[in-house]
Design a protein around this ligand. Structure first.
Ligand code: G1P
Length: 300
């Protein structure tokens, strides 16, 4: 087996305008919207950390300062809770500040996901890195990112996460043409198309928001013209790498994910996610589930 450079850094693009959640996101980043009582972005950072990546770079933009505050100490609040002897809440407040080594870079202009990732070039340097999109939450019981890092360790190059979706939904995702490898959950990616119409999709395996990316992507992104939606797309850059051999930054593999993924990127999925998380919480489920059942019974 080749000796590949280990993955130690995570990049979390968080510069989107959050237009789907206006007016809530007028002054609050969409990444800070709570899933029960924790901002969505904290689950993502926790996932990176549990995959062994404690160096996390956030690519932010204007009006995103509360993200930095959330992962920082909050002395006044901590002092007040300490003085009250409220150890439980004090621990909750400190948890996000102690989680990871957070770094920030600003995207400046909204030129697409590929451009956001290119903003990480200086921090990442010549190492493979993970990229986690905040709209997708992966259940911690289904360790997808760990598996992707393992696959990168075996095959080199880049690794995307693929999930089978109904044909009617392929136009919402990057979509992959795939070939089998000897492993059940790993495929070779031979082509990628960003948000194709259903009848032009190479398969219904959709790229979900987890990537392990070879640093060769930076040079490719610098030369990637705007694609779908007039934006610089990571899908287009990965398509280029999928056609290259190992010496030039390829290939691209896919991990077929059959676990639990929660979408927080639009209102309806966000609501579903909040309800599912609440129903799993030992401190809430006992009261919440019976209430929900009763509420639904009176609605039908
Ligand atoms: C982005 C990517 C797309 C991918 C999706 C996963 O799209 O461009 O290829 O399938 O994330 O969530 P977005 O949802 O940001 O429009």
């Amino acid at each position: 087996m080749a000796d590949y450079v280990p993955v130690t850094k995570a990049v979390v693009p968080a510069a989107g305008l959050g237009t789907r959640f206006l007016p809530a996101t007028k002054a609050t980043p969409k990444e800070m919207l709570p899933i029960v009582d924790k901002p969505a972005i904290q689950y993502v950072v926790e996932e990176a950390v549990s995959a062994g990546l404690s160096d996390v770079l956030m690519v932010t933009g204007r009006s995103k300062r509360s993200i930095e505050d959330h992962f920082d100490r909050a002395y006044e609040l901590e002092e007040t809770l300490d003085a009250k002897g409220d150890k439980e809440r004090l621990a909750q407040v400190r948890e996000s500040a102690d989680l990871a080594m957070l770094h920030y870079v600003r995207q400046g202009e909204p030129r697409g996901l590929g451009h956001a990732i290119l903003c990480a070039k200086h921090h990442v340097g010549d190492e493979p890195f993970a990229c986690l999109l905040g709209d997708d939450l992966i259940d911690p019981r289904d360790p997808l990112l760990q598996r992707m890092i393992e696959v990168r360790g075996t095959y080199g190059g880049s690794v995307v996460a693929l999930m089978e979706v109904p044909p009617s939904q392929v136009s919402m995702y990057g979509c992959a043409a795939i070939e089998p490898t000897g492993e059940d959950d790993v495929v070779r990616v031979t082509d990628l198309v960003e948000k194709p119409p259903a009848d032009e999709a190479p398969s219904n395996w959709a790229v979900i928001g987890r990537y392990v990316i070879d640093p060769a992507v930076f040079e490719v992104l610098e030369n990637t013209p705007p694609g779908r939606g007039g934006e610089i797309q990571i899908t287009d850059a990965l398509k280029e790498l999928a056609g290259r051999d190992a010496e030039a930054g390829g290939p691209v593999h896919g991990v077929l994910f059959r676990g639990r993924r929660y979408d927080t990127g639009n209102k309806l999925d966000y609501l579903r996610t909040v309800v599912q998380f609440a129903a799993e919480r030992p401190d809430l489920a006992g009261e919440f589930i019976p209430w929900l059942k009763e509420f639904l019974a009176t609605r039908t």
